[in-house]
Design a binder for this molecule. Structure first.
Ligand code: BEZ
Ligand code: MG
Length: 539
């Protein structure tokens, strides 16, 4: 009976509809940036719509409601600010269109080549903020000298306020799935991200610990205070932070702030079931007979002067036999502690492998904030080297794979996704989306290399976190190698990358990440052999 009420079916259809809308509305890069070339008309329209869909208190602008957005931006582009304000019949929408007008003008100019030439001549290049264009339209015009931010201003009041909802959603998600809060989490913090967001990642860590930043008489964020448990309404989470080398270099006072927050929380006289930091620190002192100072180390980075985890290089070069090697490499590179002990003595990059092993052994969830539309999980190898690397390290030390989450702090509503969900979304919105790969293929040789990179970065999520469904590899093979016309195009444009792509798929099967029929593998081997022959000049 087709019309009988069926709430279960309706809920499933609605969930499917929501997923489709999410993929459809996902903003993706549709090509590479060409140095010196301003955006095309179509790209401009998409950007303006995104910019207009967020509240911008700093410009006095309110977001245009979703159902009016397309038409309002169309009227603005055709007939200007007054026409758009009239169209919406609301004078209070003027600031948003004034902002769009400024952005439109700045998008028409592009100083990139000019500035490069001037920089090469040793001339002064005006500074501009570094950020995502949607997050901060003030980054326009491009071609300026990106400046960092004052680390003593981090986290900004706005970043701290925004991060409360992210931290709560993260904990709610874990609790819904596991019936309780995670006792310890591992967070990845990057430098450029915290510049762009004025410290949202830092603020999220402070919220999880149940602390807030405090400014001194010079308005510098040099300390923190504990939020009372009664106000927090939940336990304080133990937070293990891995900060990038760039973060360590740019945010030295912030590294100290984070370390201070952990030590403050560890000393609070509170019930252990409401203060997991204290619980674990005392546990560690008991178990390993170390002192309190050593048991409270939670901020880790590379040795001074070193950067990166090298997990990405090991994966890309297929230089590993067992997955746990990837997690071990992560710890080897990142087990250097930063902070200050109870006597006020600073330690800056002291090797602390045992402390890191111990801290990671209690971690139940890992997390990284994603704060840009431009670069996601499969665009670069850095997400899997960091978040994948730390998750693999936790898996061995805690003897259980952690829950792995990412946030999308740019959406209208805070969105926490599991790693698996994010990989699926990225695959559908980018790698397998004709809009995305045709945009890449317009760039010829480099475009094919980008497609291959995406597949290899996706593979990185299999290697570090077993987070890729079989269908992803199957559809990659179908789309790029088993479609004869497409294979022909890839072969003509860049046979090297086409060959690497085929090899990577075979490696995915060989390492147990992709179960597929023998006939498919035979076909792949044949394609790979043909490409190899072509590269060697046999055919
Ligand atoms: C950073 O901004 O800290 C960062 C950038 C690229 C890769 C890894 C970290
Ligand atoms: Mg699998």
């Amino acid at each position: 009976m087709p019309n009988s009420p069926n709430p279960d079916r309706d809920a499933k259809v609605f969930a499917l509809y929501e997923q489709l809308v999410e993929i459809e509305q996902r903003l993706i890069p549709t090509g590479l940036h060409v140095f010196g070339r301003p955006s095309s008309a179509g790209e401009k329209t998409d950007l303006l719509k995104m910019i207009a869909s967020f509240d911008r208190p700093e410009a006095g602008a309110k977001a245009i409601p979703e159902e009016l957005l397309d038409d309002a931006v169309h009227v603005f582009q055709e007939n200007g600010v007054d026409a758009a304000v009239n169209f919406l019949g609301a004078e209070e929408t003027r600031p948003v269109f004034t902002l769009l007008e400024t952005v439109t003008t700045k998008l028409q100019t592009n100083n990139e080549i000019d500035s490069l030439v001037r920089a090469l001549r040793g001339e002064f290049i005006e500074p501009g903020p570094g950020a995502d264009i949607i997050q901060n339209p003030d980054i326009l015009p491009t071609g300026r000298n990106t400046h960092a931010i004052n680390p003593y201003g981090v986290p900004s009041a706005a970043a701290f306020a925004r991060s409360e909802a992210v931290a709560n959603s993260l904990l709610d998600r874990y609790k819904n799935e596991n019936g309780r809060y995670p006792e310890a989490m591992a967070l990845v913090l990057w430098g450029l991200d915290n510049i762009k967001t004025q410290g949202e990642g830092v603020a999220q860590a402070l919220w999880l610990l149940g602390t807030r930043p405090v400014r001194d008489a010079l308005n510098r964020t040099t300390t923190v205070e504990a939020i009372p448990l009664a106000d927090l309404g939940r336990p304080r989470i133990d937070v293990v932070m891995t900060v990038s080398g760039i973060f360590r270099d740019l945010f030295s006072p912030t590294v100290q702030l984070l370390d201070k927050a952990v030590r403050l929380v560890a000393q609070l006289d509170e019930p252990l079931e409401l203060n997991y930091v204290r619980k674990h620190v005392l546990q560690q002192v008991e178990e390993t007979r170390c002192d309190l100072d050593d048991a409270a180390v939670r901020v880790f980075s590379n040795a001074p002067g070193n950067y990166g985890t090298n997990v990405n290089f090991m994966v890309m070069d297929s230089q590993w036999d067992r997955e746990e090697t990837l997690g071990d490499l992560f710890v080897t590179r990142k087990c250097f502690a930063y902070g200050r002990d109870s006597k006020g003595r600073a330690f800056e990059g002291r090797e602390a492998r045992v402390a890191m092993d111990q801290a990671l052994s209690r971690v139940e969830a890992t997390y990284q904030n994603i704060d840009t539309f431009e670069i996601g999980l499969t665009d670069v190898d850095h997400y899997f080297e960091y978040l994948g690397g730390v998750s693999k390290a936790v898996e061995k030390r805690a003897k259980a794979r952690p829950a792995i989450y990412l946030s999308d702090s740019l959406s209208r509503e805070v969105k926490i996704r599991s790693l698996e969900e994010t990989v699926r979304l990225e695959t559908r919105a980018k790698t397998l989306n004709p809009k995305w790969y045709e945009g890449m293929l317009k760039h010829g040789f480099r475009g094919v290399a980008e497609i291959e990179n995406h597949v290899s970065n996706t593979f990185g999520w299999s290697a570090t976190a077993d987070a890729v469904d079989d269908w992803v590899y199957t559809e990659v093979a179908n789309t790029f190698l088993f479609d004869e016309q497409m294979l022909e195009r890839l072969r003509d444009l860049n046979p090297h990358s086409a060959h690497s792509l085929a090899q990577r798929l075979l490696e995915a099967n060989g390492r147990g990440y992709w179960e597929v029929d023998a006939s498919v593998l035979d076909k792949l081997r044949e394609i790979s052999r043909d490409l190899e022959d072509q590269l060697e000049g046999v055919i």
